[in-house]
Design a binder for this molecule. Sequence first.
Ligand code: HEM
Ligand SMILES: CC(C)=CCC/C(C)=C/CC/C(C)=C/COP(=O)(O)OP(=O)(O)O
Length: 302
Amino acid sequence: MSHLSSQAETDMAVAWSARWQDFVALLKPRVMTLVVFTGLCGLLAAPGSIHPMIAFTAILCIAVGAGAAGALNMWYESDVDALMRRTAGRPIPAGRMNPDDAAAFAVTLAGGAVLIMGLAVNWLAAAVLLASILFYVVVYTMWLKRRTPQNIVIGGAAGAFPPVIGWVAVTGSIDPLAALMFAIIFLWTPPHFWSLSLYACSDYARAGIPMLPVVAGEQATRRQIWSYTLLMVAATLAPVALGELGVLYAATATVLGGVFIAGALKLRRTGQISDAKRLFAFSILYLFLLFAAIVADRLVLA
Ligand code: HEM
Ligand SMILES: CC(C)=CCC/C(C)=C/CC/C(C)=C/COP(=O)(O)OP(=O)(O)O
C-alpha cells in the first residue's frame, strides 16, 4: 500500500507533467511583447542617459514582473479558465501544472523583479513595478474581473504602467510625457479588449464573467468602443498640444488615429464579427506604431 495519500499522488503527477514550455506559457509571452515594447519606449523617450546594462536590467525586470503577474492571474483564475475555450488548454486548467508550483514560481519571479529593479535601477521604478503587478493581480483579477463590466477600464491601468516604469528607470521621476503615455494605454485598453470580447462573448458568458457584451449587450459595447476610441485619439494628440512631441509624431498619431476611428465607426455601424476582429488586430499594431513614433520623434528628430 502506498504511504502517499491519493491527493498527494495526484499533486505529484500534475507537477511531474509540467514541462518548461508550460512555465513559459504561464508568463503570457505574446502579450508581454507589447508590454516590454512600451516599457522600452518609455525608457528611450525619457530625457537623460542610462547605462546600457542598467537599461537592460530595467527592461528585463519589467518583462519578468509582467510575466509573474500573468502567472498569478492564471493561478487565481484556473477555475474560470477551465470553462473557456480560449483558455482551457493553459497549464493549470489542463492539469499539467500543480497550482502551488505555479504560485511559487510567480511569487519568486515577482519578488525578484521588484528587488532587482530597486537595487540595480531605482526604488521609484521598483515601486511602480510593484504597483502594476498588484493592480493586475489584486485589483483587476481578484477584485473587479468577476464583479463589474468596468473591470478592464479600471484594472486596465495595470497595463498602462510599463512606459512609466521605463521612463522612471532613467529619470527617477514621473514627468508629463510619462503620464501621457500612461493615459494613452489606459484609454486604448477598452477598445482593445472590448473588440475582442465581442467575438469571445459566449466564452465569458459560460464562465460567468460580467464582460460588457454579456451584461450590456453588443450595441452598448460598440458605442463604448467608439467613445473610448475618440478619447484615446484626443489623448494621443495631447503631447503635441503640450509641446512634448513634434511633427513626426503628430503626423503618425493623426494617420493612425484616423484609421482607428474609421475602424471603430465601421464596427459601430455594421456590428460584424469580422470588423471586431479587424479592430482588435489593428489595436495591437496601432500601439506598436504609435509608441515607435514617440521614440522616433524624441530620438531621431531631437
Ligand atoms: C485589462 C486589460 C487587458 C485585457 C482584459 C486584455 C485582454 C486580452 C485578451 C483576452 C487577448 C487575447 C488572448 C491572449 O493572447 O491571451 C489579448 C491579446 C493581446 N493583448 Fe491584451 N488585454 C489587456 C491589456 C493589454 C495591454 C495593456 C497590452 C500591452 C500593452 C496588451 C497586449 C496584447 C497583445 C500583444 C495581444 C496579442 C497576443 C497574441 O497575439 O496572442 N493587452 N488581450
Ligand atoms: C508590469 C506589469 C505588471 C504589467 C502587466 C501588464 C499587463 C500584461 C496587463 C494586461 C493585462 C492583460 C493581459 C489582461 C488579460 O486579461 P485577462 O487576464 O482577463 O485575460 P485572460 O482571460 O486571457 O486570462
